[in-house]
Design a protein around this ligand. Structure first.
Ligand SMILES: Cc1cc2nc3c(=O)[nH]c(=O)nc-3n(C[C@H](O)[C@H](O)[C@H](O)COP(=O)(O)OP(=O)(O)OC[C@H]3O[C@@H](n4cnc5c(N)ncnc54)[C@H](O)[C@@H]3O)c2cc1C
Length: 474
């Protein structure tokens, strides 16, 4: 480690190498506190050239490295062991180019997502990737995990926002593919191989991203559903009645809203009576050819008439829309303050969301009497955060000791319905066992072969995403 350290100090400036345990702490602790790293060296290069130099030094010393963005991933992907160094991208923050006529911007990996949304807005454009961690996650981390969020229904996942990519590969070479082309059929799409690979195949240093017209019209409503199956009928109605302007369609159960009302300041019930299931939906459009307020009113009127919904609150100002979104975001914080919780980030075909929630709910309630399921999420993408709060009278540690067992019960239901045990947060280390159990064996072999070909020494984020060979399958 001493030679490595002196080599790194030669490449980087004073702020580029952290070895002091107090300064290192924020890079070691995963946000949810489930994983804690032990790395003794954190490096913070300033640009792509320095990233490349660090990678080459690590290759020469055979030292594994773990790329880190905003450290908001919830799967332990950016956690490093004592023999691994953390390579933080936080100082690669340049906006390299913005081309409104081409609807693109080229940005470095360490740019914070919310800052990129603001950069696009300042140029009269819209960058649609949006998630609750947007104030601290970085675009490099978003691409490495193929993040989802609240606008996937209309714009797609992170991978759908990318036209070009720059990355340092595990042999130290630079993959320089930063073009803004919407048509480019020149062989394998390597950027898509790197996106979602969670730092196991390359370190993303910059990307050329797609921009869209800025949506200057927006309409938001909180709706009380007749019942859970009505969510799908209502989604269909909202999609067909919104002329392609439906961006978000978020399902919430009363349990989660009650947690938000109880624990999160500024969250209160905007309806006069409680209901069991709710949807928060948003329509957005640019220009004046379409009026999203009129569309939303017509959708809600029809849904009330046919009985899919019982009640609705339409936001009459931007401030009210923010208050409604605060309820959705308050669920996570409210659940945290309510006690221990076991979480799932799963997807099933949209048509099967109600069946999944009902069967998984019955199964976990049978296994853990008194458990409080708090499902919410992006039902328009079939993505449910099937999160479970501890029974009020159960010891938190005893409840958390059931994490793996409960995961298996839920993920078995997901698999039966043709779904995925990891919808948007990725694999990291937390879902390696599930990869072994549920992922197609041929797909696993191909992934391992690609990893071996690109990173034969297993130096890039080892132990993440791909299960170790011959790991026991359950
Ligand atoms: C409150 C909250 C809400 C969230 N909501 C959502 C949501 O709605 N949708 C969603 O998809 N996720 C969500 N997440 C999860 C998380 O924000 C995303 O996974 C995000 O994309 C991670 O970005 P990051 O910069 O924090 O990456 P990190 O956590 O730092 O890293 C994540 C992974 O990417 C790798 N990595 C990071 N940067 C690079 C790089 N430049 N090159 C190569 N590999 C890299 C790391 O090694 C690690 O494996 C949420 C998290 C929180 C805390």
């Amino acid at each position: 480690m001493n030679t490595l350290l002196s080599n790194l100090r030669e490449i980087l400036d004073d702020r580029g190498v952290i070895t002091n345990p107090v300064e290192a702490e924020p890079y070691l602790e995963e946000r949810r506190g489930r994983f804690h790293g032990k790395s003794q060296i954190i490096v913070r290069p300033r640009d792509t050239t320095e990233v490349q130099a660090v990678v080459r030094t690590c290759i020469a010393q055979k030292t594994p490295l773990v790329p880190q963005g905003g450290n908001t991933g919830l799967c332990g992907g950016a956690v490093a062991n004592a023999d691994q160094i953390i390579l933080s991208l936080e100082r690669l923050k340049q906006i390299r180019a913005i081309d409104p006529a081409n609807n693109t911007m080229t940005v470095e990996a360490g740019c914070i997502l919310a800052e990129l949304q603001a950069t696009a807005r300042d140029a009269g454009r819209f960058f649609p990737l949006s998630l609750a961690a947007e104030g601290s996650c970085q675009i490099g981390g978003n691409l490495a995990t193929n993040a989802g969020g609240i606008n996937v229904l209309r714009y797609g996942n992170a991978r759908d926002q990318v036209l070009g990519l720059e990355a340092v590969m595990p042999n130290g070479e630079l993959l320089s593919d930063l073009h803004g082309l919407r048509k480019n059929n020149t062989g394998y799409d390597l950027k898509q191989l790197l996106i979602g690979s969670e730092g196991t195949l390359g370190i993303i240093t910059a990307a050329t991203l797609k921009l869209y017209p800025y949506p200057d019209q927006s309409a938001t409503a909180l709706v009380a559903l007749h019942d859970l199956p009505a969510s799908i009928a209502f989604l269909e109605r909202a999609q067909s009645g919104s002329g392609g302007t439906l961006c978000s369609f978020e399902l919430m159960h009363r349990v989660g809203l009650d947690f938000a009302f109880k624990h999160v300041s500024g969250c209160s019930d905007p309806m006069t009576a409680p209901h069991e299931w709710y949807v928060l939906l948003s329509l957005q459009a640019s220009g004046d050819a379409i009026n999203v307020d009129t569309l939303l009113s017509a959708i809600l009127e029809k849904a009330l008439e046919v009985g899919d919904i019982h009640d609705a609150v339409i936001a009459s100002s931007e401030q009210q829309a923010k208050s409604l979104w605060k309820l959705r975001e308050g669920i996570v914080e409210g659940q945290r303050l309510e006690g221990a919780s076991i979480k799932h980030d799963v997807s099933v075909p949209v048509s099967k969301v109600p069946e999944f929630i009902e069967t998984a709910w019955a199964t976990v309630a049978k296994r853990v009497p008194g458990i409080r399921p708090c499902p919410f999420g992006h039902v328009g993408d079939g993505n449910i955060h099937f999160n479970l709060s501890q029974p009020p009278d159960m010891d938190a540690e005893a409840f958390l000791s059931l994490w793996e067992e409960v995961n298996d019960l839920v993920h078995d239901h997901v698999a039966e319905l043709g779904g995925s045990f990891s919808a948007e947060h990725g694999i990291g280390i937390s879902k390696i066992d599930e990869m072994q159990t549920y992922k197609d064996p041929t797909a696993l072999k191909v992934m391992a072969a690609i990893k071996k070909a690109l990173d034969p020494e297993d130096l890039f984020n080892p132990g993440k995403v791909i299960p170790a060979p011959h790991a026991d399958s359950r």
